[in-house]
Write a protein that binds this ligand. Structure first.
Ligand code: PRP
Ligand code: URA
Length: 208
């Protein structure tokens, strides 16, 4: 495994990914488990964020605690990434949010951007959220127009990734950190991850 790829190794995450893979999982369960996996990925991806000391007054005494040094931006790639946002915010409720809308053309698999509203990345830690990293085209297109060199760090949180998508994405963005719950076997001829979980956006949005 490439050193920038961090596989979330946790019994409950393995179980949750299995629920997500199951074609018979209801939309209610699917949404709940995407949120739960996103929460786990968020904990892992933020584990080493730099801290600075802060004085805090408890009911009993003054003590030194810790607060984050830098701002954090959680940016779902629409649509499907939106399903991960609440899980990230469960872990860091005051994160700044940004939004990037990408849609894969079903014929060419080429993504096109349809929405963007994201604040200044300067000195911020950017966490892009997208449950599926398939060809990597959507994530790469989303990052291409971002001034990533100004950010303190940039990471992608995905639930399932294909080896092809990881390789293409890290080839273009070698500083990116990828946090993922499962790395699957391959892509099929229409760019779906196998075994995967199907179309994450449709399953989350109940538009199957
Ligand atoms: C899906 C998924 C990713 C992308 C992954 O989005 O949510 O964004 O495909 O594939 P890639 O790595 O080959 O680009 P889709 O374009 O289906 O849009 P949606 O989220 O609106 O369903
Ligand atoms: N997008 C999805 O939602 N699923 C895949 O398997 C590939 C791209």
């Amino acid at each position: 495994m490439h050193p920038n790829v961090h596989l979330l190794d946790h019994s409950l995450i393995a179980r949750a990914v299995t629920v997500l893979r199951d074609r018979n999982t209801s939309v209610v369960e699917f949404r709940a488990h995407v949120r739960a996996v996103a929460r786990g990925l968020a904990f892992q991806a933020t584990q080493r964020l730099p801290l600075v000391p802060v004085e805090v007054e408890t009911p009993l005494a003054n003590t030194t605690g810790a607060q984050l040094r830098d701002s954090v931006i959680a940016a779902p790639i629409l649509r499907a990434g939106l399903g991960m946002l609440d899980g990230f915010l469960d872990v860091l409720p005051d994160a700044i949010t940004g939004f990037i809308g990408m849609k894969r053309d079903d014929e060419t698999l080429e993504p096109y951007e349809c929405y963007r509203n994201i604040s200044d990345l300067t000195n911020a830690h950017l966490f892009l959220l997208d449950p599926m990293l398939a060809t990597g085209g959507s994530a790469r297109a989303a990052m291409r127009s971002l001034p990533l060199d100004r950010a303190a760090s940039h990471s992608l949180l995905a639930i399932i990734a294909a080896p092809e998508g990881i390789a293409a994405t890290l080839a273009e963005f070698p500083s990116l950190q990828i946090y993922v719950a499962a790395v699957d076997e391959r892509l099929n001829e229409i760019g779906y991850i196998v075994p995967g979980l199907g179309d994450a956006g449709d399953r989350l949005c109940h538009t199957l």
